[in-house]
Design a protein around this ligand. Structure first.
Ligand SMILES: Nc1ncnc2c1ncn2[C@@H]1O[C@H](COP(=O)(O)OP(=O)(O)OP(=O)(O)O)[C@@H](O)[C@H]1O
Ligand SMILES: [Mg+2]
Length: 837
């Protein structure tokens, strides 16, 4: 009914107004579930299915297979995987599946945690104690020595085991290595009991840590009964995750016309489909099965097609039907046709993500009764589905449905819903550690700066502890963004965030980014006028400067930090600053001065060991003092050896060893043992050196420190060579090489290959030696290690010399020369020219 017009803000003319006098009878909603929501059987893809049969056979015979399926959205990857899973189960395979989340690229190890949970038999109903029991019982069954490593697994799975010194003192990269090895051992263990399959669904959304782990596992399980099944959309370079090295890869294509027809017939459960309708759908969908399904559903919902005796037919002219231009538009039009209450529920659910928990959704909705009936409608319309195993878990039929629903929300509504979701999650204290990533996500999207900052920082720290470095960077960046956006001044917090991010950058070798952040954190700390914060940032800056070889800067920061720590009479801080200053003089070629400073630092911490022993609960801060003291003593030993004072060096190494034993710093112990061995060995007392070396190898092996193990083995090989035990010498080098291959450390691999080459040359086997050197050269080229290449050319020349091939010898020396000339190393070049003449 027409009423008076009104003036509206933003409109020049008055706006005509109408009053609603009555509404149409409720539109009849067609029940989509009357027909198949999915095709009964998989259409097409015969080659893929046949190939999979073959691969299963191979896998069953003990050849691990990485089966990759690449295809754009909706082409049927997940559907095919479900089909393949059935096949696997027929072959008595244990299938464990982990999902990657589209909004969760910063949730570290997400798919792997799902996989581990199902391996351990953990469900969301399990309380903490029962989770602990399940993890422990499985891992101990696999290997008794896992007892010491439970806290490490616990950190990643957010299950709190009592921390022990062994794990506490391991640095993050070693923890990561150990975690990789435990997962590897576990999968191998299971695969020896039964055929095993690991599925990583939607790998294109994997977080970096999960992708690294997957690659590590695939690289190191060549001869096991394991089938990896990896479906993913084409991965862009930007995604930052690694392409997997697949043994088999299938690229999915669109369905052919014939197959599309078959799909429609299947969906509607009729044999001969109306031609016009088929053409219409075919033209639009371009053979994308998901598109076909959604179009058919939207036709039914809009009564464009109707069921007649035994079949469906179009009940209006094809040209009258306005077809949406993309699958998103089809979904959108389907969402638009929903009743208000159902639409609202769908939208709220979309804020929670593709998979969501009914309890959480129900707390988001005001009217609980409506919720149940609406969920039923949404299920009937095939927009959402229930989890078969857990009736409280729901998920969107397809991620595009979730994304499209989410995008229909206004900014304000999105913020409001995220805020609510965040607050609800906050209340679940029990799963807090598990939910940190989601808490950070929701509050960030809600623009709740203070909470987003808090949870992002916590989530970043947690990622750092579980060595998920890229994820940590993402969280810290989010934290920084929220500091910057916040209306309140958060200088101290911002300084912390930058400092945290700097430490991760520097750890992964992104020196320039690290320095930028360090600078920023220092500026902010100065601004904040908080002295202990400034001193802390300054001493953290030392680590960053050290790792990027900016030693002047390191010294400068350490001296500034020292000044403040003296003012605050902070013993630990003073000793730490001295240690850096000492290190500076060592690098600057003034070992005497270094020694003096380190002696001062050691003096300050004297007695730390005794004090630590006295504290009942082994205070963490006292432990840190002992650890620092051990480092200082070790450094002291190193300079003293350099200055020729082996006696003092040995004394300090022994003291450092005691300190490290006290705090069970295994890596540190192995390191010192190695150093002691070196003093004896280089002094010619090989029999005395050997046991130290052996002990360090044992420890490195025990804690899974592969880098350390590899280098100790090389030393051990060298010692064996010195006493004429050549067979053992070669054995050690080859074992070391094998370990480096496992962790794909190409730099050290090339170095070890060079060693093995030299060994063969020494043994008068130039042909074998040449093989090794060439392999080493290829690696050096791959990682573009120019200096290394020069050395290898020289080694190759020696091989040819031994073989009496002067032409080849000169050829290689010339290559070596080229590198020196390029690098402007005139002296070396001149010497070499002489030789070539
Ligand atoms: N070959 C096929 N035969 C029958 N139905 C299919 C086929 N391929 C896909 N479908 C159907 O199409 C829909 C979309 O497929 P699916 O979810 O497997 O796509 P996807 O490739 O996993 O997409 P995304 O990359 O978004 O995860 C599903 O409902 C599925 O049942
Ligand atoms: Mg899928």
């Amino acid at each position: 009914k027409k009423t008076a017009s009104k003036k509206m803000k933003g409109k020049k003319k008055r706006v005509r107004m109408f009053e609603l006098s009555s509404s149409n009878a409720k539109r009849e909603q067609n029940n989509v579930s009357e027909w198949m929501s999915e095709s009964r059987h998989l259409i097409g893809n015969k080659d893929l299915l046949a190939d999979f049969e073959n691969q299963i056979k191979k896998a069953l015979e003990g050849e691990s297979i990485v089966f990759a399926i690449e295809g754009h959205a909706g082409l049927g990857k997940s559907r095919i995987v479900r089909e393949l899973e059935k096949n696997l189960e027929k072959n008595k395979c244990r299938v464990y599946k982990g999902n990657c989340l589209s909004y969760g690229s910063s949730l570290s190890y997400h798919p792997w945690i799902e996989i581990l949970n199902s391996i351990f038999g953990i469900t969301s109903h399990d309380a903490m104690e029962s989770r602990k029991k399940k993890i422990a019982s499985m891992l101990l069954r696999m290997n008794k020595s896992m007892k010491d490593w439970l806290p490490l697994i616990g950190e990643i799975m957010s299950v709190k085991f009592e921390m022990n010194d062994l794990v506490r003192n391991l640095d993050n990269s070693l923890k990561m290595q150990k975690f990789y090895d435990i997962v590897l051992e576990l999968l191998v263990f299971i695969s020896r009991e039964s055929f095993l399959s690991i599925v990583i669904e939607d790998y294109h959304w994997s977080d970096n840590s999960s992708s690294e782990l997957l690659n590590y596992i695939c690289r190191n399980t060549k001869k096991e009964r394991i089938m990896f099944l990896i479906p993913y959309r084409p991965i862009s370079d930007k995604a930052g995750i690694k392409e997997i090295e697949a043994s088999v890869k299938h690229k999915l294509k669109e369905l052919s016309e014939e197959e599309t027809g078959e799909l429609i017939e299947n969906l509607l459960d009729v044999e001969n489909i109306d031609k016009e309708m088929k053409n219409l759908i075919m033209k639009k969908s371009q053979g994308n099965p998901f598109y076909v399904e959604e179009l058919v559903k939207s036709f039914i919902e809009q009564n464009y097609i109707a069921k007649e005796k035994g079949g469906w037919s179009l009940n209006r002219k094809a040209e009258e039907i306005a077809l949406p231009n993309s699958v998103e538009e089809v979904i959108l039009s389907r969402i638009d046709r929903l009743d208000l209450k159902e639409r609202e529920i769908l939208q709220s659910a979309s804020v929670l993500g593709r998979e969501f928990d009914m309890n959480l959704l129900s707390s988001l909705c005001s009217d609980k009764k409506l919720l149940v009936s609406s969920m039923n409608v949404l299920k009937q319309l095939d927009l959402i589905k229930t989890d078969e195993e857990n009736e409280k878990k729901f998920f969107f039929k397809h991620i595009l449905t979730c994304e499209t629903a989410y995008n229909t929300l206004s900014f304000a509504k999105k913020r409001e819903t995220h805020e609510k979701a965040g607050r609800l999650l906050e209340k679940k204290e029990k799963d807090r550690a598990l939910n940190l990533g989601m808490l950070s996500y929701h509050f960030h999207k809600a623009h709740n700066r203070e909470k987003a900052l808090r949870y992002s920082l916590e989530a970043g720290e947690k990622s750092k502890v579980v060595y998920a470095n890229d994820e940590a960077i993402e969280f810290f960046s989010r934290a920084i963004e929220n500091c910057n956006e916040s209306a309140d001044l958060m200088i101290e917090k911002a300084a912390r965030c930058h400092e945290e991010r700097a430490s991760v950058y520097s750890f992964i070798g992104r020196g320039e980014d690290a320095i930028k952040d360090t600078q920023e954190s220092l500026n902010l700390a100065v601004e904040s006028k908080d002295k202990s914060l400034l001193a802390f940032c300054l001493s953290e800056a030392c680590i960053v400067y050290e790792l990027s070889s900016k030693f002047d800067k390191m010294k400068e920061s350490a001296e500034k930090a020292l000044e403040i720590y003296i003012e605050l009479s902070d013993k630990f801080g003073i000793a730490k600053a001295y240690n850096y200053i000492g290190m500076y003089y060592g690098i600057a070629g003034e070992p005497k001065r270094e020694m003096e400073i380190l002696l001062k630092a050691a003096e300050i911490l004297k007695g730390a060991r005794e004090e630590y022993e006295k504290t009942k609960k082994k205070s963490v801060s006292k432990g840190e003092e002992v650890s620092l003291l051990a480092v200082i003593l070790n450094n002291l030993g190193y300079v003293q050896r350099l200055l020729g004072d082996n006696e003092s060096a040995l004394k300090n190494y022994e003291e450092s060893l005691k300190a490290r034993k006290l705090i069970e710093d295994k890596t540190g112990i192995a390191q010192v043992l190695n150093n002691i061995g070196m003093i004896y060995g280089r002094g010619g007392d090989i029999p005395r050196a050997m046991p130290y070396c052996e002990e360090s190898i044992k420890i490195y092996d025990e804690i899974g420190n592969k880098k350390g193990l590899g280098s100790s083995l090389i030393n051990y090989g060298y010692f064996n060579g010195e006493i004429g035990n050549h067979q053992k010498e070669l054995e050690c080098y080859e074992k070391s090489l094998q370990i480096q291959k496992q962790i794909n450390d190409k730099y050290v691999m090339s170095f070890t290959l060079g060693n093995i080459g030299n060994y063969h040359l020494k043994m008068n086997n130039p042909k074998k030696a040449l093989e090794c050197q060439l392999e080493s050269l290829a690696l050096k080229k791959e990682i573009n290690d120019r200096t290394g290449m020069a050395a290898t050319y020289s080694n190759i020349a020696r091989c040819y010399e031994a073989m009496g091939d002067n032409e080849k010898r000169i050829e290689n020396l010339k290559e070596e020369l080229k590198i020196y000339e390029e690098a402007g190393e005139e002296k070396k070049a001149a010497e070499l020219k002489e030789k070539i003449k």
